[in-house]
Write a protein that binds this ligand. Structure first.
Ligand SMILES: [Fe+2]
Ligand SMILES: [Fe+2]
Length: 326
């Protein structure tokens, strides 16, 4: 095994007891946390059909782009097996089922599992989605996996998840406010509670990385720089539809998100800035020359990316997704 990866795993083992102690500051007790059924029509009640009718009426006002983004988000959430198996591979640092990392991953997966579950049921009931086409995309995404450039390095992995949880928080939050604008308050509430989960998860991952910065600042800085040089790719970057090639639908999905302002190039920069502040990148000491160079690169990056974002045009091309029935 790569010497550096082994060294990093050593650090992860060192942080592990702390993880175990802090985990439930970031996670909610299973008995009290929201469940999908809290928001969906109750099939044991006489009001079930009337509730569905109301849900469908409200869903009929959602714009085409918003529905497309919501479906893309749902597929991304439903590819959870990919993320769980990837985290397990990286987290198996101690090979201890009850160790901090394994335990965290199981509990995190449990919370995340509610997201795809809730959105899928909503979309099914909405009457606007070709569920079979959507399910095919989900199965493809799980089968295709992802290539996010972290390897099995735990530092890169948790930098990635810190970024990604913040990104999903932004996008679910924006979908919540657009759904409200389009008259669907139930969907707005659903995306709001999902966004709140993502924010808690982001806090946790950011915290783990802070701990790593405390004990191995130089290597953590190099990992951060490397991930930003490669750019943080979205977990659904291999998204496709029936009859298309791997990744072919992804650009259309992100175009719709950019057009709506659900997740934009400027949001990417804002997330980077937030991480720089939270990890106190500018005031970290004990860096060697390569670490200092990495820090320099990171500190200058937001400005550079903003200039690029300003020159970007909003994608105009509308695309017909096979997922959308009406
Ligand atoms: Fe999620
Ligand atoms: Fe998440």
């Amino acid at each position: 095994m790569d010497f550096f990866v082994e060294q990093r795993r050593e650090v992860m083992r060192h942080v592990e007891p702390y993880m175990l102690e802090k985990m439930f500051d970031f996670l909610k007790p299973i008995d009290d946390i929201w469940q999908p059924s809290d928001f969906l029509p109750d099939s044991t009640k006489d009001s079930f059909f009337a509730d569905i009718k109301e849900l469908r009426q409200n869903a009929s006002g959602l714009s085409y782009d918003l529905l497309a983004v919501l479906i893309g988000d749902t597929i991304t959430e439903e590819a959870l097996p990919t993320y769980e198996s990837w985290l397990m591979m990286v987290d198996a640092v101690s090979m201890d089922e009850e160790g901090g990392w394994m335990k965290w991953t199981r509990h995190w997966t449990g919370e995340e599992n509610r997201h795809g579950d809730l959105l899928n049921k909503y979309l099914y009931l909405s009457g606007r989605v070709d569920m079979r086409k959507m399910e095919i995309s989900t199965q493809y995404l799980i089968a295709d996996g992802f290539d996010i450039g972290t390897g099995t390095d735990p530092y890169r992995n948790f930098i990635y998840t810190s970024f990604q949880e913040l990104a999903t928080n932004v996008s679910h939050r924006r979908v919540a406010s657009l759904a409200k604008r389009d008259g669907d308050t139930l969907l707005s509430k659903m995306c709001g509670v999902i966004a709140a989960d993502e924010a808690r998860h982001a806090k946790a991952y950011k915290h783990f990385i802070s701990k790593i910065f405390e004990v191995d600042a130089n290597e953590a800085m190099l990992a951060f720089e490397d991930m930003m040089r490669k750019k943080i790719v979205m977990p659904a970057h291999f998204l496709r539809e029936l009859g298309t090639k791997i990744g072919q639908t992804f650009g259309h999905f992100t175009d719709a998100a950019q057009r709506l302002g659900v997740y934009t190039a400027v949001d990417y920069v804002d997330i980077l800035k937030e991480l720089i502040v939270d990890w106190q990148i500018d005031s970290i000491t004990d860096l060697n020359e390569s670490g200092e160079k990495a820090r320099d690169y990171i500190m200058k990056l937001p400005e550079r990316l903003l200039r690029v974002a300003e020159r970007m045009k909003n994608p105009g091309l509308e695309y017909k997704f096979s997922w959308i029935a009406v």
